[in-house]
Design a protein around this ligand. Structure first.
Ligand SMILES: *Cc1c(COP(=O)(O)O)cnc(C)c1O
Length: 230
């Protein structure tokens, strides 16, 4: 199947999942994850009204930004090293993967130098997998309190990468817990903190994530097909 058909399927599934949950499908952003996908192929998706692209490597965003231009809304969804913040600070609309004070401080510093406020999400390792990045759910509130005073970042919500599984129902519990975590932290009325983004759900489990409250789903394979890492 081609990208156009894939996108039609994903959009139809998003709509159906939203309706099952009594939600407005327009409240859910489809983030097309274009890592490893070349610019020509990405253009096919852009021609089908894809507005937002997610990349997990700084180098790849920089290369594609030069070719595809600044009209696209770029999201950084992968682990970010502090020494690379300077390359993408004025290119991305949202950094999904903030999980250390050092990184938050560097983003704040580079944003201040550019005279901008950078929107970020806090990555939470909901499943406590040793192999995953992110703060634990138990640490999330104190981490957010810690970074809430940085004037040039704005904490817009939470992001999680759920475990790899064949059965999306296995991940429902993590998505539900993350929604509860966001509601709980918002209820603490921390100065400068009013989160409304839940970035959760990938090709294998985005429909379950939507049923549990996702506002951004990050879909790669479901749009572009299997990735080739060579
Ligand atoms: C690659 C990636 C995705 C997309 O994964 P698919 O299974 O291809 O949809 C989503 N989120 C993150 C953080 C990723 O690295």
């Amino acid at each position: 199947m081609g990208i156009k058909e894939n996108l039609e399927t994903v959009r139809k599934n998003i709509k159906a999942a939203a309706q099952r949950a009594g939600r407005n499908p327009e409240d859910i952003l489809l983030l097309a994850v274009s890592k490893t996908i070349d610019a020509e192929t990405i253009k096919e998706a852009l021609a089908c009204d894809v507005s937002d692209l997610g990349e997990n490597r700084v180098q790849e965003i920089m290369e594609k930004y030069d070719v595809l231009g600044g009209n696209i809304r770029w999201h950084l969804i992968g682990h970010l090293q502090t020494n690379k913040v300077k390359y993408i600070i004025d290119k991305v609309c949202l950094i999904h993967s903030v999980e250390s004070k050092k990184l938050a401080e560097e983003i704040n510093k580079k944003a201040a130098e550019k005279g901008i406020v950078c929107d970020i999400l806090v990555e939470v390792n909901m499943s406590h997998e040793a192999s995953k990045f992110g703060v634990s759910p138990e640490e999330a509130e104190s981490f957010i309190r810690d970074i809430s005073k940085l004037p040039n970042i704005r904490v817009k919500g939470l992001m999680t990468v759920a475990p790899f599984t064949d059965n999306p129902e296995d991940n429902r519990i993590y998505f539900r817990k993350m929604k509860n975590l966001l509601v709980d932290i918002n209820a603490k009325n921390i100065d400068n903190i009013n989160m409304d983004i839940l970035s959760m759900g990938m090709t294998g489990d985005y429909e379950v994530a939507i049923e549990e409250g996702a506002t951004i789903v990050r879909v790669g394979t479901g749009i572009f097909g299997e990735r080739n890492y060579n």
